[in-house]
Structures are given as C-alpha cells and as structure tokens.
Design a protein around this ligand. Sequence first.
Ligand code: ADP
Ligand code: MG
Length: 552
Amino acid sequence: MTKGSINVSVENIFPLIKKFLYSDHEIFLRELISNATDATLKLKHLTNIGEAKVEYGNPKIEVKINKENNTLHIIDQGIGMTAEEVEKYINQVAFSGAEEFLNKYQDSAKESGIIGHFGLGFYSAFMVADKVEIITKSYKDEPAAKWTCDGSPEFTLEAHDKTERGTEIILHISEDSREFLEEFRIRELLNKYNKFMPIPIKFGTKTETLPLPEDAAEDAKPETIEVDNIINNPTPAWTKNPTELTKEDYLNFYRELYPTQFEEPLFWIHLNVDYPFNLTGILFFPRLGNNINIDKDKIQLYQNQVYVTDEVKGIVPDFLMLLRGVIDSPDIPLNVSRSYLQADGAVKKISQYITRKVADKMNSLLKEDREEFEKKWNDIKVVLEYGVVSEEKFAEKADKFMLFPNVDETYFTWEEFNEKFKEIQTDKDGNFVVLYATDKNQQDSYIQSAKEKGYEVLLLDSPIAPHFIQKLEYSKEKVTFARVDADHINNLIKKDEPIVARLSDEQKETLKKEISETIDSKTYTVQLEDLSLTDAPFMITQPEFMRRMKEM
Ligand code: ADP
Ligand code: MG
C-alpha cells in the first residue's frame, strides 16, 4: 500500500469545491458519466488502431444505488487505470493550477458550469460524497488498484483483486446529499444530462414481454424476461447524416426531446459544419402564431452529446431563441462569463452561421413549395420579423423571402408587392404608401373603403409588426406605411373615376360640425368627401404618427 498527499497547495480544497460549486452540485453525475464515457471511447479508439489487443465488445456504463451502504456506483468497461495512472491523473494533474483557476474565475465560474473542463470533473464527486473510492483495472496486463479518499487531501492507494477491465467509482453519499440515493432523483438526472450520450447507460432492469410463438396454445401465457434498462439513445438524430434521416426520424427525435409536446413542428434545419468550428444540431420551428412568450421547451446545448445547458443566450441570436432543438459544439467555451461569450470570435461565427442557415432554409422553402410556405407563414412570421428587426445580416437576406399577406390572404413578396401597387399607391410627395391593417374585424370599414378605391391592404398583425414596419421604412427609400384608418389615405393620388358623394355640401358641413364637436378633433379628422359605395356614412381618421406614438 502507498500512502501520500495529494499535490495541492491549498490547505483543504474539498470544502472549497463544495462551496464554490454548491448551486450546481447535481452535475457530479454528469461529470462521472462523462469520464466513464471518455474511458470507453478511448478504449474503442485504441482497439481500432490496434494498440489495445483486447475485445472491445459492447461496453456499457452502469449506475447503481446501494441504499444499505448509502453508496452510489458508476461502473464502466473502459480503459481503466494502472496504479501509476491513478497517481498521475487523479492525484496530480487534476489539481495542477486549481488554486490559480479558482482565484481567476471566481465570479464567472458559477453560472458557466466550469467543472469538467479544467480537470476538476472527477473531484465534483466530493460535492455529494464524504468518501470516494476508485477501483480500476487497466486494459493493460497489470493488477487492479484501489484509491480511497475521505475528502481530506490524504488518499490511500492499494492493490485490488478486480479482474474485469474498467473502473468503478463508489461514492459514499454524505448526510446532506441523500437525495442522490433516491431512484427517481437519479433517473431525473440521467434523463437531463445523459439522455443522448454515446455509450449505453444502464440503470436497473425492466421487464419485457416476449411475443408468443405462432403455434402457441390458446391459453398460453406470454413469457417475460428481465433486461437492462438503458436510459439513453446513443445515436440521436443530430449526430447522423441528414441524408440518412426521414421525416419520421426527425419527428421521432422531436418527441424524444420534448415528450410533453404533442404538436408537430412545422419544419426543421439540420446544422452540420466542421470548419472553421465544429457544430451539429437540429433546430425545429414550432407553431408560434402570434405568441412570442414561449420559453419552456428551449433549445438545448450539448458538448459531444453531453447536455450542458438550455441557456443559449449569446450563442443563438435572440430571435431564434423562439425555436426548439439541439446545438452540439465542443467549440463553445463554457468556462467563461456571459459577457466574454458575446465577444468571443468563435461564438460570433457560430451565431452568424446559424442565422445564415435559417435564412437559406426560408429561401429554399419559398422556392420549393410556395403554397406550403404560405400556409405556414402565420406560424413563423414572428420569428422572421423579429429577425429582420434585430439582425442586420438576416434582414439583408430576408428581403427575398418575407411574405406580405393582404387582408384576403394573398401573399406577396416585397418585390411583387412593389411591382403591383407602387404606381397606384403613391402620395403627392412620391412616396409609396403601404396600407395595412392590424385587425381585420375592427378595421373592416376602413379596409372596405380602401379596397373600393382600388388600394391593397396588407394584414400585419403580429406583436412585432410595429417594429418591423419601422425597420422597413428605415431601410427602404420612399416607402411609408400607413394603417388603413390613418389620414394618410387622403393624400394618395386617386387612380379611379371621380367618386360620387351621396351627401349635399350643406349636409356634409352640418354633419362634420356635429361630429367634430363630439370627438377629440385635435387627434381625429372627420372625413366625408371621398366616400363612395361603402356602408359607412363617414370616416374618422387619425394621423399615423399619433397612433404610433400611443402604441409605443
Ligand atoms: P477531465 O475529464 O477533464 O480530464 P477529470 O477530473 O474528470 O478531468 O478526470 C481526470 C482524469 O482521470 C481523466 O482525464 C482520466 O485520465 C482519469 N479518469 C477519470 N475517470 C476515469 C475512468 N472512469 N476511467 C479511466 N480514467 C478515468
Ligand atoms: Mg472529466
């Protein structure tokens, strides 16, 4: 038996780890399973290149609770460690620079899930355990070793009689962390962090009913067997090549990701790039309607199939946070503060890449099946309008695929709309006046009246529309938007034959006077002159800017 002292300059690092990472202490399991996965993937690689002359087989990782002993076990069949390697990897390397690191990142570390990326992963076990044992046997022909540490910098290392290759980590769960001996709690954690990890993870067993043979007797009872309960899907859709996947595969994956979502997504974008950064993922467009307050089924961020967070602000542009799905990238630095993240070059590129992919997808949807695209428009327009308003790069591309429906559900691209109506809807100053309604029912009489004059009325009813309109006015020359009940309509150059008034001048004057007395005439204008075949006897209009001021 060897005895020694862990190589660390801080008096006792464990209370520090415990306190420092307290808010996040459930991630210990993710870290230990990540290590077990790494150890298995390393073995796979070594057998592939012929360096390890052992059978790789079908290794799995097992998580086991022993309530009697208050222990939690994580067992793998990976490369294992020799006693020397335990000395090297567990006792020394893990702590090199730990003190410095803790001082340096004190503020940012808490929120960014620092652990595991600084060789501290293994030690997160001490957040929930007051004693940890490692029993490990290397794939190399060397005896197994057992390492024990009770949370002080002292450890023991001795020989062990374990014969199967791999590593077992035994956590003696501390008094205040007993929740991690509850089956439901562990299942919850496995489901959150390890659901798509690449090596099968066993947690308990389950009963499976075998199908009856065809010639079974009528009263035959089906046979049942106990099988491993594997909690993860090691090959989730985003890790596959898009050409291998059918529509059904994507929908199944969506259900796997959001088991409580019953509504199907409208479409999806498979992200797949390996230069200049590595990123895979699938983004789903849910049916949003005019709803911009969705934040339950969020986009999840993974690193090599390990769940990291669903806080993707800064990585995904704001407007795409309304979408769902998965992004997996080892290149996103998670060990730094949010403000740093926003300034990070790689992260910026990732965000731009995603934006571009979404724009490209919209373009191809419009081109390939315009009718389908139009049908979905109402459910995606908030995302796209939001994108136009908030991301310049997206706005530039969006000009091609943004649709402008009129009140009768005919859809125009900007170019089409421009071509068709610019001539007709121009005011005295030569501005193209785009008339729009925000509510078909409420503004119906105005809509009818505008239509009779031969004008086209768009329906822009999303909660983003006011900002979207402003953005368009700003970026397009000589274009003004006017709500259909704005007085702007009076300034349009008439296209048609003169309109026959149905009231005499005298009648008009009296009526105008009477109405003006009852309404706020500073804000509204009574309009009688231009009425023709509408049912409305008169109209009250308001300058566009006044109304917008009230809305903003
Ligand atoms: P990191 O995973 O970031 O390298 P950890 O503290 O999580 O840091 O682990 C330290 C090292 O201990 C690993 O790099 C690995 O060499 C070794 N190790 C940990 N767990 C296992 C395991 N289950 N099997 C084999 N080696 C392991
Ligand atoms: Mg690790």
